[in-house]
Write a protein that binds this ligand. Structure first.
Ligand code: ATP
Ligand code: MG
Length: 925
């Protein structure tokens, strides 16, 4: 006769049992150690974690070759594309501006249009300009200016500006001079008083010292007026009717040119000019000089040969394209980070004790290496394709490097916006567009910097692409002048560099603040609950016990109502859960799908924040001491959280490293655990190439590495074949020597065999708790007596014998050669008498064999589930007639129920009080 559980005890010669003997490596677990000491012992130093995490980052980079290559090669693609645009005549980059020298009218005012983008004026251009100038003798003479009154600051500035203008007319190369450079200039004469200027003769009187223009300066109002000297003369001699519109036009033009030079603080901005080529020759009207001479001055472009120019708006396009050069260094890490979060790997690493600081630092370092390579490629390409020629390569490199890192950190920061990688990629693209808009906005605001607050511009500089775009814009604008850009040229340029560095610190600080903010915020807002002193004493009594009181967690879900409208609904996943698990025991949490088991596990690990209630695990509060708690936890989530690109062995090293093991210890532990779980043959295989069951075992191995004090396993054996399930059971039974284990399972067989105590959960609450035996006693149907009939079976006599020995027996089934009788609980002492009679009268009763079994855990589970379905109805009494079943009151925890207020394990579940046979059961018949 077989009595008790059908499950064989786990034998030592099962497959995989010949592996390395059990010898845990990890933190010391002396019962005297305080939780803090234990935590300190297991804590991997920041640098050790950095090392393991960096190894992981670089391995993933090496294995994601396509993505890494795309990040590095993106600059090549964009810069070549820009080169192609410039080479093709799609947009009028190439303009032929060679007005026929003969056709050019005399008395022209030459304006140099926007100069070359990359090309310097060629020798032929210079010659052409010289030739043109020589044809217009008049224009090549220095125009003579008079400025009055002399001595003031503005007067000297105006004189400087006039010199620059004059110099421009005489040179064929760019004027690089700034004020005070002592430009040789002989065209400006200073007068002490305005009247002297008016009295001086014009040059058309053929007097050598005659003037063309006079400038009357009003120092008090910071203002000046240009007067045409001939006009002054005419004014004096012939009256006002001589004044012409042309004269006014010309005066206005010159005035604005001088103003432009002065306001540009000495840079010869007149060279750039406001005119987009090809510029028409604009007649300025007719100018009457003296009594007879008529002149027609023209505003026209300075002639050059065929050349490449870039118009203003193209500078924006180029700057925007340069921002896009590093766009993959922004989107790539953001998406990969989101994937790590989406798969739950980041959470798993945090639960294994990973320091958030080490996490962020390793991401930053690993991404910086890719950015460094991308930057080298980008800058090399920029110079190779002659997009840049004059600016020192160091400034360009620094701008790209700082921007690359800042842009990537911006990606890290944005990764908080969504948990799903695909949602985030949409955010990333949208944000990229917005940054470009911000950049263009800032550039437009800067056209007239006086009208916009400096604070507003600097505020927008906190968006990394804005300062970088500005640097690029300035560099392009300088390059088109055939000059090299230096930070000394512009205040905003210098600020932009500074802000790129500030942005890096700003984004990273925000990441770390946000990482911790939610917890701090929740901690602050959560209402303080009263904690029972006895419970607290129990929770802090040392060891790895778990005490949970009044834990609640709800989720808000959206679902369609009867009209097809989306409606919010609250799901109370955990609803006032009380639980006590003794140190170094296995507690099994059973429950139907959606009962709240996984949510409970997440609350206990600190992965989810409870709405109400509290939990202490191994002496640590799961909310307030989350970081210490995580250093002593091993967690195997319901769904595998593995890096598909890392091998078995690499996973063990990574997670071992988070628990503070050295590489040697990781090797040793990996050998032991993979051996025990029959995974050694797969140790070099990538997780993506492993079967579901193999991945499950790897997840389990990962949760056990480092010998954590408390282990939480959510359905660890789902999907495993029977042999591997047994391996896992064996490992868990060994692990129980040093750790407290809570596991969920849908396998009653597993719970029956492994659990020291079992909790049956439903609707977010524990409905019943106790050892297997206790649960069977309370909620089981009693015992089942199976009888195998022979041909001469005497049914009536057998039933009489049974009824006379035991009362309340019912026939469960009676088909062909078998009969099953239900025997109630509480009359176990009468069983031996009955079995003695069966043995003695075997032939007379016509019995072949008989066996006795207790009701299964599955029956218990189903009975509890049935009760849940008929909510409010009492669970039918177990067939004892003496002890009515008691559901666990929520205020009572397992420990109390097991009549203990201390964390002591409950009784094992395999003893059956029949025939003196004990736990192994007795054979009969
Ligand atoms: N992130 C979430 N958002 C919304 N609802 C959730 C979330 N997680 C769980 N729930 C809800 O909470 C309830 C409990 O879920 P939980 O995953 O804890 O159940 P479970 O007992 O682990 O089930 P199973 O045996 O199927 O794993 C379910 O009704 C589920 O729909
Ligand atoms: Mg679950």
């Amino acid at each position: 006769m077989q009595v008790g559980s059908d499950i064989e005890p786990i034998s030592n010669n099962m497959p995989g049992s010949s592996v390395v003997p059990f010898q845990n490596i990890g933190r010391p677990q002396s019962p005297e150690s305080s939780p803090e000491e234990l935590a300190m012992g297991v804590s991997a130093s920041f640098w050790v974690q950095m090392r393991f995490l960096l190894t992981k980052q670089f391995k993933l980079k090496m294995r994601n070759k396509l993505l890494t290559a795309a990040e590095i090669l993106m600059p090549v693609y964009i810069i070549l594309f820009l080169l192609l645009i410039r080479r093709l005549d799609v947009i009028p980059f190439k303009v032929i501006v060679t007005p026929a020298a003969e056709a050019a009218p005399r008395h022209s005012v030459f304006l140099t249009p926007e100069p070359l983008f990359t090309k310097v004026l060629s020798e032929s251009d210079i010659q052409l300009q010289k030739d043109t100038i020589s044809k217009y003798k008049y224009d090549t003479d220095p125009i003579r200016y008079g400025v009055a009154p002399k001595g003031g600051v503005l007067a000297s500035r105006v004189a400087d500006a006039l010199c620059l203008m004059d110099q421009q007319r005489f040179t064929t190369t760019k004027v690089n001079a700034t004020f005070g450079d002592g430009i040789p200039c002989f065209g400006v004469k200073m007068f002490v008083q305005a009247s002297e200027l008016y009295a001086s003769k014009g040059r058309f009187d053929n007097i050598k010292s005659g003037l063309d223009f006079g400038v009357i300066v009003d120092e008090a109002n910071n203002n000046f007026t240009l007067v045409h000297h001939e006009f002054a003369l005419m004014n004096a001699s012939n009256g006002e009717e001589q004044e012409s519109a042309a004269v006014q036009n010309k005066l206005v033009l010159y005035q604005s040119m001088i103003t432009a030079i002065i306001s540009s603080k000495g840079q010869a901005s007149i060279l750039e000019g406001p005119i987009v080529p090809p510029m028409p020759t604009i007649p300025l009207g007719t100018l009457k000089v003296g009594e007879t001479q008529m002149l027609t001055p023209y505003l026209r472009e300075f002639p050059t040969s065929e050349r490449t120019v870039i118009v203003n708006f193209l500078k924006y396009i180029f700057a925007v394209q340069f921002i896009q050069v590093l766009v993959l260094n922004y989107i790539g890490p953001m998406i990969r980070m989101a994937q790590e979060k989406e798969k739950g790997i980041k959470r798993a690493l945090l639960l294994k004790g990973m320091s958030p600081g080490a996490y962020w630092a390793t991401w930053l370092i690993s991404e910086t290496t890719t950015i460094l390579i991308s930057t080298c490629v980008a800058v090399g390409m920029l110079y190779a394709c002659q997009h840049f020629l004059y600016t020192e390569v160091g400034w360009v490199f620094l701008a790209f490097l700082l921007f690359g890192i800042a842009y990537c950190c911006l990606g890290f920061l944005l990764s908080f916006l969504a948990d799903k990688a695909h949602t985030l990629s949409m955010f990333a693209a949208l944000f990229n567009l917005l940054t470009i808009v911000a950049f263009i906005l800032v550039q437009l605001l800067m056209i007239n910097p006086g009208n916009v607050s400096r604070g507003a511009i600097l505020f927008l500089f906190l968006i990394a692409p804005v300062p970088f775009g500005h640097i690029m814009y300035e560099m392009i604008s300088t390059e088109v002048l055939s000059k090299g850009w230096t930070p000394g040229m512009s205040e905003y340029g210098q600020l932009a560099y500074g802000f790129l560095a500030i942005d890096i610190v700003f984004y990273m600080s925000l990441c770390i603040i946000i990482e911790n903010f939610m917890d701090v915020f929740r901690d602050f807002t959560k209402k303080k609950e009263e904690r029972d002193l006895t419970d607290m004493a129990l929770a802090t009594s040392g060891g790895g016990g778990i005490v949970v009181r009044g834990l609640k967690k709800k989720f808000v879900v959206t679902e369609k109502n009867e009209w097809g409208m989306m409606k919010k609904k609250i799901v109370q996943a955990v609803n006032g859960l009380d639980l006590t698990v003794a140190d170094k025991t296995i507690f099994c949490l059973l429950g139907h799908n959606g009962a709240g088991k996984t949510t409970t596990m997440s609350l206990i690990t600190g992965a989810l924040y409870p709405d109400e209630g509290w939990a202490m695990v191994g002496g640590f509060d799961v909310v307030k001491q989350r970081s210490q708690l995580r250093k002593s936890l091993g967690v195997c989530p319901q769904f595998d959280v593995l890096y598909s690109e890392l091998t078995c062995w690499e996973h063990m090293h990574l997670y071992g490293g988070m628990q503070g093991l050295t590489p040697d210890e990781c090797d040793q532990e990996a050998n032991r655990l993979l051996g025990e779980l029959d995974l050694l043959v797969k140790k070099e295989q990538k997780a993506s190439d492993m079967s579901g069951g193999q991945q499950r075992r790897l997840s389990l191995a990962v949760s056990l590495i480092g010998n954590p004090k408390v282990i939480l396993l959510d359905e660890p054996t789902t999907g495993l074949d029977p042999a591997n399930r047994r391996r896992v059971w064996k490992v868990l039974q060994q692990q129980k020597r040093t750790s407290t284990i809570i596991m969920t399972t849908h396998s009653m067989e597993e719970a029956d065999l492994l659990a020291d105590s079992i909790g049956v959960m439903s609707r977010g609450q524990i409905q019943a708790v106790g050892s297997t035996l206790e649960l069977k006693k309370r909620f089981g149907t009693g015992y089942l007596l199976h009888i195998l009939k022979s041909i001469s079976f005497k049914e009536e006599e057998v039933l009489n014998a049974v009824h006379s020995a035991i009362s309340g027996v019912t026939v469960s089934s009676n088909v062909s050669g078998e009969m099953a009788l239900s025997l109630p609980l509480g009359q176990e002492e009468n069983f031996p008498l009955l079995f003695d009679e069966f043995d003695a009268k075997k032939e007379i009763f016509g019995l072949q064999t008989y066996s006795l079994s207790m009701s299964t855990l599955e029956e218990v589970f189903l009975r509890l589930a049935e009760h849940e379905n008929n909510e409010g109805a009492e669970v039918p009494a177990a067939a004892t007639g003496s002890s009515p079943p008691i559901l666990v009151e929520q205020s009572k925890a397992a420990g109390q129920d097991d009549n203990s207020n201390t964390l002591t394990p409950s009784a094992p579940s395999v003893a059956v009080p029949v025939n003196g046979g004990g736990g192994g059961g007795v054979g009969g018949g």
